[in-house]
Write a protein that binds this ligand. Structure first.
Ligand SMILES: [Zn+2]
Length: 415
């Protein structure tokens, strides 16, 4: 066995896995924020249909894509019904069409200069890349993202299922495969039919570094602060104009700088203003609030509301509206009562020779929503890194370790 693989199983899975990953990555499946239908882009349907064809070819006879673009399929076995989930869409935050993966075989640990866009991957700035020296590193050609988020997860599930089909002697429970759409615009679980999926629990394969096992995400709220001023022609504005844009500026300045994403880390939450739009008559401040702790999250929301109301109070002719809505919950509360779900994943990782890395995700996953909807769903690593950027890369050895972990997870759940 080559030293950089976690097991002979991972090494055996690697060639087919790379072939699948390359095939899926080349299909443009970027999600669109201005979604008018599900899925938000036709490429997601194209990849979904390809996956159905490949699942049917593997003998998963019920493989099908529904009207919203979700692909479900079943691999029968003995034991409970366990779900495996990945998303087919890629992030709208970097160019995602025309992806041409490049495999840097036996990466030497140095600077990687990609052929297009002047993109450079420097291990000095990316410690995880440095630790992938000796691996087969996959990048884009420099002017697009790679789409390992989450086509690595898709390819790992497909490879593990293909392996189990080819090795009927290996124990497995009944596996339910679910490929979702539009995860990157926060809608991956929105039309997921948990009842029809019919699993006891599931795992998203949508993390990053080797060994990650995540059963905790942020709880997230979205907040819109709307400031209504009073617009008057500036030539006649004396004593009359109430400028909503300037009041919005006061709100931004009054928000605590220590409560921002750039000033927090680890288990600290934040308030993040991501967009401001408006004019003298009306200006909207769009923000998100995040925390692992619901009481602290409520405090962040209260801070934003108080700041907005104080600014409004100093200018009685202005009017301020604050609308907050929940986006996704911390999955921990739904998993805490059923520790077996995380324990089996930890056992599968150890069986693959990997020490589980228990981290809390400073974001949400499909699993945050699915857990709340009644399908407890922690998250496992994929071996992809630097997501949502043209510097995105993946280690074939880590991807193979993820696929092998899925095969071992099946063993853990088998009756
Ligand atoms: Zn993802």
């Amino acid at each position: 066995m080559s030293a950089s693989f976690t097991s002979p199983l991972a090494e055996a899975l690697a060639p087919g896995l790379l072939e699948r990953f390359d095939r899926y990555a080349r299909i443009g499946t970027q999600a669109r924020r201005d979604r008018t239908q599900s899925p938000s882009s036709p490429g997601q349907l194209e990849l979904g249909r390809l996956l159905v064809d490949e699942l049917l070819e593997l003998g998963l006879a019920d493989a099908a894509i529904d009207d919203d673009g979700y692909v479900f399929a079943t691999l029968p076995g003995d034991g409970p019904v366990i779900g495996l989930i990945a998303h087919v869409d890629t992030s709208p935050d970097a160019p995602g069409d025309g992806v041409e993966p490049i495999v840097h075989r036996g990466y030497d640990g140095g600077v990687l200069r990609l052929p297009r866009g002047g993109t450079v991957l420097d291990p000095e700035e990316m410690p995880e890349l440095r630790s992938a020296a000796g691996h087969d590193v996959v990048t884009s050609s420099g002017d697009t993202l790679l789409g390992a988020d989450d086509k690595a997860g898709v390819a790992e599930i497909m490879s593990a299922v293909a392996w189990l089909v080819a090795h009927p002697e290996l124990p497995r429970p009944t596996l339910r495969i679910g490929f979702t759409v539009d995860e990157e615009v926060g809608l991956g679980a929105s039309r997921f039919d948990v009842e029809r999926f019919g699993a006891r629990c599931a795992y998203t394969i949508d993390g990053s570094s080797l060994g990650e096992l995540q059963d905790e995400t942020f709880s997230g709220w979205g907040v819109t602060v709307t400031i209504h001023g009073h617009d008057v022609h500036p030539g006649f504005a004396t004593g009359k104009l109430v400028n909503a844009t300037r009041l919005a500026g006061q709100v931004l300045v009054a928000l605590p700088p220590e409560l921002t994403p750039e000033a927090t880390s680890g288990r600290e939450g934040f308030v993040h203003v991501y967009e401001v739009e408006g004019n003298a008559a009306r200006t909207e401040i769009r923000a998100i609030a995040r925390d692992f702790d619901d009481d602290l999250l409520a405090a962040h929301l209260a801070t934003l509301r108080r700041v907005a109301e104080e600014v409004a109070a100093a200018e009685p002719r202005a009017r301020v509206e604050v609308v907050a809505r929940p986006q996704y919950p911390n999955m921990r509360r739904f998993l805490a009562g059923d520790p077996e779900i995380v324990e089996k994943a930890a056992a599968a990782l150890r069986a693959e020779g990997i020490e589980p890395v228990r981290t809390a995700i400073r974001g949400g996953t499909d699993g945050s929503m699915l857990s709340e909807m009644g399908l407890p769903t922690p998250n496992l690593f994929t071996g992809g890194h630097e997501y949502h950027s043209v510097r995105e890369w993946a280690s074939l050895q880590e991807m193979a370790a993820a696929a092998a972990t899925i095969v071992r997870l099946a063993q853990e759940w088998a009756a």
